[in-house]
Each structure stands twice: as C-alpha cells, then as structure tokens.
Design a protein around this ligand. Structure first.
Ligand SMILES: Cc1cc2nc3c(=O)[nH]c(=O)nc-3n(C[C@H](O)[C@H](O)[C@H](O)COP(=O)(O)O)c2cc1C
Length: 193
C-alpha cells in the first residue's frame, strides 16, 4: 500500500507569509502530498498583518497542524517519515537556531530532524542586508546539507504580478523536493533580433 508523501511546512516571522500561503495552495492543488504545518508566534503576526488572514483560516490550508511548542509531536521524531521540510518564510532567528542545533520549538526541532535524517531542508530565508552572523549561519546550514533559498524574483520571465513572482519562487522550492506544480520555465531566449 503506498502512503501519501508528507511535507513539513514551517512559517516564521519574516516578511513574506504569502510564500507559505501559495506553497500550501499549490501543493494542495497538485494532490498526493500531506502537509504538516507549524507556525511560530511571530509567523501568526505576519500572516494577520500581511495577508489579513486569521490563524484558523491559514491553518485550513494544511492537512495537519501542529503546535509550535509541542516538541513531542510526530514531526519531532525521525521515525516519522517525510519527503522533507520547507521553512517559508524563514527568519534569521530561526536560521540561527537551525545552524546551531537549537531544537527549542517544533519548527527548529523538525528542521534538526530533517537534517539528521539527511532529508531535504529548504529555508526560504528573508532578510536584507545580511550581516556576518547571517552569512555564517547560512554557510553552516549549507554544510549540513540544507538549502538556503532566498525568494528572489526572476525578472527574465517578465512577471506580470506579485502572484507570478511568488509562484515562481515557490515552484522552484517544490522542484527541490520533487513536487511538481505548473510553472513557467525558462525556454531559452529563442531567436533574438
Ligand atoms: C512585520 C514584521 C516583519 C519582519 N520581517 C522580518 C524579516 O524579513 N526577516 C527576519 O529575519 N525577521 C523579520 N522580523 C522579525 C522576526 O519576526 C523576529 O526576529 C522573530 O523573533 C522571529 O521569530 P521566529 O523565527 O520564531 O518566527 C519581522 C517582524 C515583523 C513584526
């Protein structure tokens, strides 16, 4: 019997809650993936502020929701198999915790588990400009096998809306997890004059 693949999604208090929103919506549309969502308290703030959504409505985008403080949840154990984890958006605070193995909440614990089980961890890190601590922490996570994926727009695709920019970044993240969603892909420049 084939089980649904599971994807862990952490939402932290960096700006860009829309990345998590579109990721969850696109994964649901794609089908065949069970999403497990954890939101940090600052993440709840940015969801409300940026999306005008209540925590309850946002949580409705996921298949299962876990409490941020519940380090005894399924996700806290490597025996709970997943296809990987995305933190979208990822704050530099959560980056620092992951880089130094601080499993002090369910997002950082699940990220730690993802790394120790050698599964795919993608951090949609959002901060600018970057200080040396941020850069060192990004290096540490990369050395452990994680992927640092700042959501930066691809202007060569001529996006016509913020939604298109967001969806492009999200679909590239999902590519890294082998989850295919419809996306505009670069097909070369063709015959340029
Ligand atoms: C509106 C708003 C925007 C923020 N944007 C960022 C950001 O882009 N990047 C970042 O690292 N922190 C940002 N922060 C600060 C984080 O929310 C804060 O450092 C928090 O402690 C992160 O905790 P968490 O990683 O557990 O969510 C923002 C906070 C607010 C209220």
């Amino acid at each position: 019997m084939s089980e649904k693949r599971r994807l862990v999604v952490g939402v932290t208090g960096a700006t860009g809650a829309v990345y998590a929103q579109r990721l969850l919506e696109l994964v649901r549309e794609a089908g065949g993936i069970e999403t497990h969502l954890v939101i940090s308290p600052p993440g709840v703030l940015t969801i409300k502020h940026e999306l005008g959504m209540s925590r309850r409505d946002f949580q409705g985008l996921a298949d299962e929701v876990h409490n941020f403080r519940d380090v005894g949840a399924t996700l806290a154990s490597g025996s709970f198999t997943t296809a990987g984890m995305v933190v979208a958006p990822c704050s530099v605070r959560t980056l620092a915790a992951v880089a130094h193995g601080f499993s002090d909440n369910l997002i950082t614990r699940a990220a730690d588990v993802t790394l120790k089980e050698r599964r795919r961890l993608v951090l949609m890190l959002r901060e600018t400009p970057l200080n040396l601590a941020h850069l060192r922490n990004m290096t540490a996570v990369t050395e452990m096998g994680g992927v640092i994926f700042p959501p930066l727009p691809a202007f060569y695709l001529h996006p016509q809306s913020i939604r298109e920019m967001v969806d492009h970044s999200v679909s590239r993240v999902l590519d890294l997890l082998d989850i295919q969603v419809p996306v505009t892909r670069w097909e070369g420049m063709g015959a340029q004059p």
